[in-house]
Design a protein around this ligand. Sequence first.
Ligand code: F3S
Length: 84
Amino acid sequence: MTKIKLQHNRPECIGCAACAAVAPDFWEMTSDGSKSDIKHGKNLESGWQELEIEEKDFQANKDAADCCPVNVIHITDKEGKKIV
Ligand code: F3S
């Protein structure tokens, strides 16, 4: 199964919480509710987070991305090309 990459521009996240509501298997809010985190995501030095996901999990995360009012959720294919 092809792996794709889920990315979160966390510094720009405004804590809207739509992602955690729409895709709770992948997204959770911090305890103070100010930001979301990708569950089991890797924290990058830039402040972004990323996680490799299976293609079957694309739609749930695309739905989360579509709901995010500040467009900080992205998905790239295995070549690094942006899909969402
Ligand atoms: Fe942040 Fe967007 Fe989720 S603002 S909390 S990534 S819906």
